[in-house]
Design a protein around this ligand. Sequence first.
Ligand code: P6P
Length: 335
Amino acid sequence: HSADALRTDFMTITRFVLNEQSKHPESRGDFTILLNHIVLGCKFVCSSVNKAGLAKLIGLAGETNVQGEEQKKLDVLSNEVFMKALISSGRTCILVSEEDEDAIFVEPSRRGRYCVVFDPLDGSSNIDCGVSIGTIFGIYTLKDTDEPTIEDVLQPGKNMVAAGYCMYGSSCTLVLSTGAGVNGFTLDPSLGEFILTHPDIKIPQKGMIYSVNEGNAKNWDGPTATYVDRCKFPEDGSSPKSLRYIGSMVADVHRTLLYGGIFLYPADKKNPDGKLRVLYEVFPMSFLMEQAGGQAFTGKQRALDLVPQKLHERSPIFLGSFDDVEEIKALYAAE
Ligand code: P6P
């Protein structure tokens, strides 16, 4: 009986968000409408990504399709899908995408009070080999929407009201925080609904996995090199950590969130700011980690305290289990 009860009483992301909204009587439902449009975008991209392999096989992707149109690259298509979904929500004012050099200012008649920063298809270079990829997003509210300027977007990550990612892999999993913990939802394709499958995710206090591109080791600074060395040759005789590195941020972060451990993309001599982008990679993932009981550090400060100066600026990032990140913080503090 209980299994049936569970199955028939499933919680969809729409109901979940409405429940959250009911906790804020003053809310006018704008946030719920915005999230529903983001969810719509994720469903569309999930469907396109899953067909990508097949499309390539039957000669659609990358070449001309049956109508003779140039098939769009998936990251370009995903960007257009999210742009359209966000603008048509009527709840956004400024949109920042990894795919667009400049911010998009929504025309006044369609303007709302939210700013969304997003990477529509992070890790898209991994599509052809079937590695999981994903959409990453963060949401800010804007103080004033009459004369929005780019400065309204250059806010520290701690000002975000929500952040999340959608991972397109063996299943389509959307992980979301609206500032009161982290919840994971899995798309049931037969219903076209995201069902709550990972309620109240908490990252283990300490993990046994480290996740970094060891190919950059030659160029790491002292604290990073020392930290990674200790992962492999612990001084206290404890077992070494396992290395797991997929090279797709959403997949590496999702594993870190569920299994614990640390994900790092450090600075190196060639890239003093590391590789990952602040607004739509570092901030959303750092927000989620803190909400799940972990932490996120740039090598200099708490990641969410960073105030970006440019839309697409990068930052080194160390995020994951609280105790693991604490160790790297101590090494940088002692530097
Ligand atoms: P590297 C993918 O291209 C990406 O932006 C992230 O998803 C991923 O974490 C990182 O770059 C991988 O970079 O230099 O290790 O290949």
